[in-house]
Design a protein around this ligand. Structure first.
Ligand code: SF4
Length: 393
């Protein structure tokens, strides 16, 4: 495998990001401060707990033992929850940690285990009723869990959740099922195209790496309502390889394709001048309740959590901003207030990006859901920036 391939691999998530907006993908590769999210932390805790539970060694336990799984599952989840919390709070950009979401994580874990039981010779069974002997039967269908799949050519990679034997009523294997655990919202009817493509991507990678593979199907396991959605269709690898070509690292920023959908939850807005220009030009609507702003601080009263801002509209295309007559007040609380204090105490005096402010008549509210960051449009890759700086010194 060449160096180039290692530096640049396509995964289902990077492919989707590239498709949504090539600039978003380009920014995601610039080692910008990471942002933590509660749904991702919850998903990790559930995934890692399922992995650990699948790997429990029960070889020396009494085959008839019952009521061991609920407490074991809870202890494992608690451990992963604590790890996720630590990572979350250590991530430079993080909202409030929602401790109450552990209930949802616990339900998700039980949902995922119930789906696994239903695929095994044991069938549907309550968690506390599972005997050690039955657990061994359940474990026997697990062929692999949490592994990295890399295509023969080295260009494509994906993280596999579970590979299990697809068994018929008589317990005979009729092939493999590659299962992806989903802790998010289940589809109403069919999988959306992106999720279907992601599942088929794992299926097709497995086929690529295992030339003598049996029949392989790909399924999304939705723990929230314990439903299974199968993805069928042609191989997605040819399209992935075409996308891989376009995703080669570049020093110049890639093209941006701003849209409501792409920019809505884009975490790189503080480094992207394009959405702000699109807002000025009216091609990107501001959003009725939540919107982003680039501002100058006129006044900030840290004790009262009140501020007066001046909007800084863009001039040109590279993120320069200008003064304006547009002023608005803000109530700033919790996480956003901490961020604003840190920024101002650091001596920063430049334009500020306000992410996700809630509009309430003539004023806006910032809180745990918002972000306060220096406005720093990135016009070259970090590598190019560094080489420009060192040639200047
Ligand atoms: S803010 Fe919009 S245009 Fe800019 S990188 Fe994100 S998705 Fe692309």
């Amino acid at each position: 495998m060449s160096e180039e391939f290692i530096a640049h691999q396509l995964s289902p998530s990077s492919w989707s990001r590239y498709e949504e907006c090539p600039r978003k993908y380009w920014l995601s590769r610039q080692r910008l401060p990471r942002k933590a999210s509660m749904p991702a932390a919850m998903g990790n805790a559930v995934h890692n707990s399922v992995e650990d539970i699948c790997n429990i060694d029960v070889s020396d336990r009494d085959e008839e033992e019952v009521e061991w799984l609920p407490s074991t599952a809870k202890a494992i989840l608690d451990r992963h929850w604590a790890k996720e919390k630590k990572n979350f709070l250590e991530t430079p950009r993080h909202p409030r940690w929602k401790a109450e979401m552990i209930t949802k994580a616990h339900d998700g874990l039980i949902g995922a285990l119930n789906i696994l039981f239903s695929k095994s010779p044991v069938g549907k069974i309550g968690l506390s009723e599972v005997t050690i002997g039955q657990w061994k039967q359940i474990q026997s269908i697990i062929l692999a869990n949490e592994g990295t799949l890399v295509s023969e050519c080295g260009r494509l990679m994906g993280r596999l959740d579970l590979l299990i034997a697809d068994i018929d009523e008589d317990g005979n294997s009729r092939g493999w099922i590659v299962a992806d655990l989903k802790t998010g919202k289940p589809p109403k009817v069919n999988l959306n195209e992106k999720v279907s493509r992601q599942l088929r991507f794992y299926r097709d990678l497995l086929k690529d790496i295992n030339p003598d593979h049996p029949e392989i199907s790909a399924e999304g396991w939705y723990s929230a309502n314990q439903t299974i959605h199968r993805a069928d269709g042609d191989s997605v690898l040819p399209a992935a390889l075409i996308a891989w070509e376009g995703m080669r690292p570049t020093d110049e920023p890639m093209e941006a394709t701003p849209s409501d959908q792409a920019c809505g939850f884009c975490e790189y807005k503080a480094w992207c001048p394009i959405w702000w220009n699109a807002r000025r030009d009216g091609t990107l609507p501001p959003g009725p309740m939540f919107r982003d702003e680039v501002v100058r601080v006129i006044r900030f009263d840290s004790d009262a959590g009140a501020a007066l801002f001046e909007r800084m509209p863009p001039i040109g295309h590279d993120g320069e901003v200008a003064r304006s007559e547009h002023k608005f007040g803000a109530i700033i609380r919790d996480q956003a207030k901490i961020q604003m204090n840190e920024l101002i105490n650091s001596g920063y005096e430049g334009p500020i990006y306000l992410g996700s402010v809630r509009v309430d008549g003539k004023i806006v509210h910032l809180g745990d859901w918002s972000e306060v960051l220096p406005w720093s449009p990135l016009l070259f890759s970090q590598r190019e920036n560094q080489s420009r700086m060192s040639s200047r010194n």
